[in-house]
Design a protein around this ligand. Sequence first.
Ligand SMILES: Cc1cc2nc3c(=O)[nH]c(=O)nc-3n(C[C@H](O)[C@H](O)[C@H](O)COP(=O)(O)OP(=O)(O)OC[C@H]3O[C@@H](n4cnc5c(N)ncnc54)[C@H](O)[C@@H]3O)c2cc1C
Length: 370
Amino acid sequence: MYDVAVLGGGLAGLTNAYLLAKVGYKVILFEKGNYPQHKVCGEYVSNEVLPFLKQNNLYPKNVRPSQINKFQLTTQTGKSVALTLDKGAFGISRFAFDDYLYQKCRDIGVVCLTKTKVHNCVFEDPHFNIFSSKGMYQAYYAVGSFGKKSNLDRVLNRHIKPEKSSYLGVKYHIKTDFSLNTVALHNFRGGYCGVNKIEGDLYNICYLTKGNNLKQSGSIKSMEMDVLFKNPYIKELFKSSDFIFNKPLIINNINFNKKQLIENYLITCGDTAGLITPLCGNGMAMAIHSGKLLAEIIIQNKARPDLRNEIQNIYSHEWNRLFSNRLKWGRKLHPLFGNYALSNAALALAKFFPDLAKKLISKTHGKSFI
Ligand SMILES: Cc1cc2nc3c(=O)[nH]c(=O)nc-3n(C[C@H](O)[C@H](O)[C@H](O)COP(=O)(O)OP(=O)(O)OC[C@H]3O[C@@H](n4cnc5c(N)ncnc54)[C@H](O)[C@@H]3O)c2cc1C
């Protein structure tokens, strides 16, 4: 019998498992993939997590993440504006970051089952039965950290409103000649494309597009040429870079709608609890922060099964206080990008009212935390 079972080993699950194991909890973590592994992500991590990571010795200094403090916004017609970022960010691949946290979890005694898919998680008072590809396990608490899209959404019968239009995420690693400390957000019809440096001499290109673009063009390559290359900044970037992967990494059917925080006593964190639109660049910070928040609340209440309802109530209250407004702002700002008129308006705002633009950016970000 474990104290806590963590279902999904991304940033939220790894942070949660690490903090619980650090104070002596018996933690088991299930990850269907393996480490290190690539993930579709812009790999731009808001600095709001820095004090926490450093304090807990979780900042992967040895990987030498890039340091980002400038923001460039371009429109489909090639207009551009630059802003400085007050808080800034660091750039690191998920390949390196998740693996770093995984090693930390192992070192501190988390039982990490990789290549292990959870098929179901059933609450039978006072514990959970977790059915996985490596057999059945039991734990008093179960944490749902299985990301933005998982078989568990269907198995647990989660009611998530479908998106009006489906979204697709595409990622590459490249070598290129671009600023070391800038994150660029290039608009195109029906989407936007981020570029920033990560570790070593690598850069990340990651874009989000409406599924319609792909449907109309027939393939990723044609879509890039037909749609993305209309923005001269994207065209130039693709033409002048060396691509590291043989083919892009793709994720489809991304859903930004509201989700239930607790599913039959399974408490969720990270993207499983709510996915912020990628243009905000702080889904990873929210994943780490919510994994930490949940660990602390479980620890404060000593994971007593009779306090289950209390733990859920405190977590729901705190989660909403910290994250729900940011998610709302993310949803509000999302339509500004990928739309010709609105992205021009966003650019004009950033150009003529930079302080207002910074204020809008800050609405989607949280305060630094320890
Ligand atoms: C296109 C795009 C670009 C983005 N760019 C950025 C960015 O630049 N900056 C930023 O901060 N955020 C960005 N995000 C958001 C960020 O990627 C997520 O918010 C973050 O990965 C959430 O971490 P997580 O731990 O919740 O989920 P994940 O990292 O997705 O981890 C979930 C884990 O659960 C595992 N899993 C799923 N189902 C099961 C199962 N049944 N059994 C076992 N394991 C399972 C998965 O394999 C996965 O490893 C972007 C998102 C998208 C879509």
